[in-house]
Write a new protein. Structure first.
Length: 276
């Protein structure tokens, strides 16, 4: 069995760090991840610098190889100008969080994406559904999730189910796998936790049994979501790779090859006084 480890540390991981990280250090981190065998890295987001100051240097950080998160037409134009070919979009199953994260409701978010989505090959777009596993702000029922997946499938070839607040269950994973089974999309998982990686690992394993073959992770477990106080840390790439290897699952990455990237993460954490 072969799976894809999709690295989100340089974007989702670093965006929560308050101290501005030197552009060269960000570039070194991204380079070290590719050297380790990671095929695709979400390198930056083209959010407004006032909203996500850590991404203010996105144009200078982007390596020319990875993916970028865009949340509006302006962000798309910035990304396109520096040669981004792989795009990530996001909307939330929770309207409250959509407003908080994107500054508009879900319908207006989709309308905004439709202004430029036809300029991107569908296979180059991943669509994140945040709060897919549950939200502290509102009920997320299965009818709503079906509607969200149907919309996401019109925008991109991969639908990423995000456990934004680390509350997911195996039943949720089974539902997402069955929901996408007869759709022309690839399901993927993006999992958070609140100090115990056993929960996301159990969901990864459930995903494997259910046929899911793409999983997000963040080097060193960096990140979470700056727009949700309830959001925990990302599942760490090194933990994911270690367990996939132990389970006999091929991901193209050796845990030891991540050491260079982990050293850079330690430097970043020490500079920002983040617990290691």
């Amino acid at each position: 069995m072969t799976v894809t480890v999709y690295e989100v540390g340089p974007r989702d991981g670093l965006q929560s760090i308050k101290s501005f990280i030197d552009t060269d250090i960000k570039r070194q981190l991204i380079s070290s991840l590719y050297e380790a065998g990671i095929e695709t890295v979400e390198e930056v987001s083209f959010a407004h610098p006032k909203l996500v100051p850590q991404m203010a240097d996105a144009e200078d950080v982007f390596s020319g190889h990875g993916a970028a998160l865009v949340m509006n037409k302006r962000g798309f134009e910035r990304a396109k100008a520096v040669g981004v070919k792989k795009f990530n979009l996001v909307f939330s199953a929770c309207e409250v969080f959509n407003e908080r994260n994107l500054g508009r409701n879900r319908a207006k978010t989709i309308e905004e994406y439709c202004c430029f989505i036809n300029e991107i090959p569908k296979e180059d777009v991943r669509v994140y559904i945040s709060m897919a596993f549950g939200s502290p702000h509102s009920e997320i029922n299965r009818k709503l999730l079906r509607e969200c997946v149907e919309v996401a499938s019109t925008l991109g070839d991969t639908v990423v189910f995000a456990d934004t607040v680390g509350c997911g269950s195996i039943k949720d994973v089974d539902f997402f796998a069955s929901l996408t089974k007869n759709m022309d999309v690839t399901p993927a998982l993006h999992l958070h936790h609140k100090g115990d990686e056993s929960r996301p690992l159990s969901l990864i394993r459930a995903g494997l049994y259910a046929g899911i073959r793409e999983f997000d992770s963040s080097i060193g477990g960096l990140g979470g979501c700056p727009f949700s106080e309830e959001s925990g840390a990302n599942l760490s790439t090194e933990t994911l790779v270690r367990h996939l290897t132990a389970w006999g699952v091929h991901c193209g990455v050796e845990e030891e090859s991540l050491n260079k990237a982990l050293k850079i993460v330690r430097r970043i954490r020490q500079a920002d006084a983040i617990p290691i």
